[in-house]
Design a protein around this ligand. Structure first.
Ligand SMILES: Nc1nc2c(ncn2[C@@H]2O[C@H](COP(=O)(O)OP(=O)(O)OP(=O)(O)O)[C@@H](O)[C@H]2O)c(=O)[nH]1
Ligand SMILES: [Zn+2]
Length: 210
């Protein structure tokens, strides 16, 4: 299934009770890995009845609900209104807890260009460029994310088929090419704010132009 990728192995797994800022509580099983192709410290959260979801999938039942969430310090931690990452992360944690599955928290800040360059991109967006034009103006690609490490993580977790929680068709395409069976794509909510309307519109236009 992953003949193009070297295998990664599980390094550590620990249970961590979570209480989010709005009081929502759940318990996660956190997994770290050895051998990820990009050497970054990506982490998998097993949420809800994740082991039961794996068993049911292996028995031909529904695929586990999985989200590949790209790190966004400003949105995930500080509630930035310039994007929708924070509410998407909050929604994913609750929906995956309800269904049983995995949140893969991927250290791909700034669609892979890093936090400082994302802030440089924000500054260019303040002059009128959109989120993709700004990346290009900085000498980056529109989206530099590669999901190979995510495919390795899923393989190490024994997850061969997934219901992917996303609004980004590129994620499903990349995972499919990496040998992950995306049994279904489950849309995330759209979390519109005055400060992220232009950003969400640019994303929607890009997805529509594919
Ligand atoms: N370079 C850059 N990165 C951004 C910008 N806004 C958000 N990001 C990064 O984009 C990533 C989140 O991507 P999104 O487009 O919000 O969502 P997605 O992961 O592509 O797709 P979904 O699965 O539907 O959420 C995070 O790494 C953010 O740091 C921006 O204006 N410029
Ligand atoms: Zn964000």
């Amino acid at each position: 299934m992953f003949e193009t990728l070297p295998g990664a192995t599980m390094r550590t797994q620990v249970t961590v009770p979570l209480r989010l800022l709005d009081g929502y509580s759940t318990t996660a099983r956190l997994f770290s890995f050895n051998g990820l192709v990009d050497g970054r410290e990506h982490v998998a959260f097993g949420l809800g009845d994740w082991s039961g979801a794996l068993r049911r999938s292996a028995d031909g039942g529904a695929a586990p609900l999985v989200r590949l969430h790209s790190e966004c310090l400003t949105g995930d931690i500080f509630g930035s209104q310039r994007c929708d990452c924070g509410p998407q992360l909050r929604e994913a944690i609750e929906r995956i807890t309800d269904k049983g599955g995995f949140l893969l928290y991927l250290r791909q800040e700034g669609r892979g260009i890093g936090l400082y360059s994302k802030l440089d991109a924000y500054a260019l967006q303040d002059t009128g460029l959109d989120t993709y034009e700004a990346n290009i103006a900085l000498g980056h690609a529109e989206d530099e994310r590669d999901y190979s490490a995510a495919a390795q993580m899923l393989d190490a977790l024994g997850v061969s088929r997934i219901a992917l929680l996303t609004n980004n068709p590129d994620k499903a395409d990349q995972l499919d090419q990496l040998g992950v069976t995306v049994a279904s794509v489950v849309p995330t909510g759209v979390f519109l704010s005055p400060a992220n309307a232009g950003y969400l519109a640019a994303k929607a236009n890009r997805a529509a132009a594919r």
